[in-house]
Design a protein around this ligand. Structure first.
Ligand code: NAD
Ligand code: UDP
Length: 328
């Protein structure tokens, strides 16, 4: 008897051509999404105000016949007047702690007004609305690993609250538009994602460590390095997003790689991959820094099917290779 085979999970790769508006298209994740959708034959309208993005991420596609770009702050409206959209993907928001702490009001605005503007646009077009939320809605979690049913442990007035509470509000208004106005919504909670095209000065741990290592500087470990994160390679995130767009499910879904590492273990993986010993400099732990984070991916698996995630070793190798070509 042959083994039963798993049905292929539908994804945007096999759908009819779609017209997709991406806010935050000049950012790390937005630019990878744009690339994937363009390669699949869809039309992409990128929107960004470059508060934390890179013009080079727009330039990548500017000659593409199915890509257009609108420079705008989506907190004040999304000035799109083109043909009917199939999807509004709301990925605009500073995402790195140094960036959102430098722009706390703008971060709250883009999570609140920006999300509502995206929802209104989706509603007007009869389009789907896709929200990039975050594992930060779990705060400094008391439940480990974190399932979507966990309501979180967030300091509402701490230095990270501009980001965490903005995303919690964004989830709430997305559910409200779904429940009261029938918008076809999706919410993902993204766990630490990395890969090529992150800004070298982004301030997140993998960009810092990779660029410090390449410059021959000591790696800045905040606290004693025992805090954990679970790192997902960008291609796995994009695959998960593409699959979820084709699944009718409106509650939040974790997207992350469940392999969990302390910051000191992350350095060991980097040392092995770069075949070198790296020096470390310990610095104070920033306020409210979560001690642990790991996605429970039961819901994700049951909705999206099995994935073969890129290991931290392989993902770091690809990230280092690209960073070598773009030294900081
Ligand atoms: P990023 O900073 O590289 O990209 C965000 C983009 O949004 C930037 O290009 C920025 O200029 C743009 N932007 C911000 N505010 C805007 C506004 N008001 N109007 C127009 N454009 C605006 O960050 P990223 O890592 O690509 O994150 C993308 C999304 O995914 C964010 O919503 C973030 O919260 C979410 N997310 C990312 C991660 C991760 O690990 N990378 C984890 C959880 C959630
Ligand atoms: N971190 C670190 N050194 C750095 C940057 C960050 O030790 O140079 C730590 C940070 O304190 C946190 C973890 O790495 O515990 C992940 O930080 P990042 O900013 O990448 O993401 P987030 O805190 O949002 O998960």
């Amino acid at each position: 008897m042959t083994e039963p085979t798993q049905q292929p999970v539908p994804s945007t790769a096999t759908s009819d051509p779609l017209r997709i508006l991406i806010t935050g298209s000049a950012g790390f994740i937005g630019s990878h999404l744009a690339e994937r959708f363009l390669n699949e034959g869809h039309t992409v309208i990128g929107v960004d105000n470059y508060i934390s993005g890179q013009r080079s991420n727009t330039e990548l596609f500017q000659e593409h016949p199915r890509f257009t770009f609108i420079e705008a702050d989506v907190s004040y409206g999304i000035p799109y007047e083109g043909e009917k959209l199939d999807w509004v993907m709301h990925f605009a928001s500073p995402a790195s702690p140094p960036h959102y702490q430098q722009f706390p009001v703008e971060t709250l605005m883009v999570g609140a007004q920006g999300t509502q503007n995206g929802l209104k646009l989706a509603h007007a077009h009869g389009a789907g609305f896709f929200l990039a939320s975050t594992s930060e809605v779990y705060g400094d979690p008391l439940v480990h690993p974190q399932p979507e049913t966990y309501w979180g442990n967030v300091n509402p007035i701490g230095v990270r609250s501009c980001y965490d509470e903005a995303k919690r509000y964004a989830e709430a208004i997305t559910m409200a538009y779904h429940r009261s106005r029938g918008v076809n919504t999706r919410i993902i909670r993204i766990f630490n994602t990395y890969g090529p095209r992150m800004r070298p000065d982004d301030g997140r741990v993998i960009t810092n460590f990779v660029h410090q290592a390449l410059r021959g500087e000591p790696l800045t470990v905040y606290g004693d390095g025992s805090q954990t994160r679970s790192f997902q390679y960008i291609d796995d995130l994009v695959e998960g997003i593409s699959r979820l767009m084709m699944v009718m499910y409106h509650e939040p879904v974790n997207l992350g790689n469940p392999d969990e590492f302390t910051m000191l273990e992350l350095i060991q993986v980097l040392e092995k991959g770069m075949d070198t010993n790296l020096n470390v400099r310990f610095e104070p732990l920033p306020g409210d820094d979560p001690k642990q984070r790991q996605p429970n991916i039961e819901r994700t698996r049951s909705l999206l099917g099995p994935m073969q995630p890129v290991s931290l070793e392989n993902g770091l190798e690809r990230t280092v290779q690209i960073a070598r070509l773009n030294p900081s």
